[in-house]
Design a protein around this ligand. Sequence first.
Ligand code: NAI
Length: 356
Amino acid sequence: MFEELIAEWDGERVVIRHDSPSGAWMFICMHSTRLGPAGGGTRMNVYDTPQDGLADAMRLSRAMTAKFAVAGVDFGGGKAVLAVRELPRGYERRDLLLRYGDTVASLRGGFVTAPDMNTTESDMDVVAERAEGFVFCRSPEHGGSGSSAPATALGVFHGIRATVQRALDRDVEGLTVLVQGAGGVGGALVELLAGAGARVLVSDLDEDRAQGVAANAHASVVPADRALDSECDVYAPCAVGGVLNEQTIARLRCRVVAGAANNQLASPADAQRLAARGILYAPDFVINAGGVFHGIGKELLGWDDERLGRELESIGDTLREVFDRAERDGTSTEAAAQRLADERLSTPTQPRALAR
Ligand code: NAI
């Protein structure tokens, strides 16, 4: 039942495990190990079919390969999906995570992981009980570096400033920024933007969450179903992937798209659609690298806060390089970023983070 997806995929290895006690499927996709072990978050989600879960893991793991390559961090791309019937709690959750930890451990470091959608640092504490050494971003009480969301938000903030500078030749002060998704990343981003003098609009399916985040930052709430129709300078997707497609791009009323969500483009053609509308797009796998800088930098490379801060700021520099290349080569920014990743993947000599 999974053969067609696997045949079409360009990655290296897929591990599929059916977890009989819970009915969940575990998919671990190792897209590339050319630069190092495959690394990527563990997403827990309810999908219409198991194939949808596998397809999600495949897409996300490919993006991780590009993210690590562009970031210059010595890891390959991976992703795990736990496709559950419903999000488990209590002992059922713990038991599932322990069995998942056994699966991660069986790969002996070929795959390393961290939290992702619907998994937390406490969940990683449980996974690490069985897969010690292969889990990043556990809770600080368990020796981990904790949530990567604040670092991701700061990296996205630097990225938004660089993108706005290129598109509008100014800083974010006085501009209107729509933040879609008021979770860990979106919530922190709202505060940073408000602190820099932007007028912030916040939207979340959970309107109470949006209200709470907005109140702290004097921001305004926009209903989730009307978010894309809001007039703004910058649209920052910080909720789910696939939000940029033929229909939504036609509705956008912004000049810049720059946010944290993974796999924002529904298809590669959507990068051209954005460019054709005169919207400057900051490729997601470039702007949202703050999470990997946080986990790997702090836990493996011994970075202190100052070093992490410099690396997060460098996301703006990388985006400037991507924009230069896109202009020079006459391509979309997505294509330029992918080419940058491909170049680094074809010359894996001294990746930046481990070379220093
Ligand atoms: P989160 O789970 O804390 O927050 C996501 C928020 O989006 C939730 O409040 C949820 O209610 C809301 N949401 C979901 N669907 C929505 C929709 N259609 N419209 C409006 N709101 C919606 O997740 P987190 O950690 O803040 O991550 C946000 C995005 O950034 C995700 O796509 C994640 O994959 C990506 N990302 C996160 C990183 C991190 O370090 N946490 C690193 C790199 C990417």
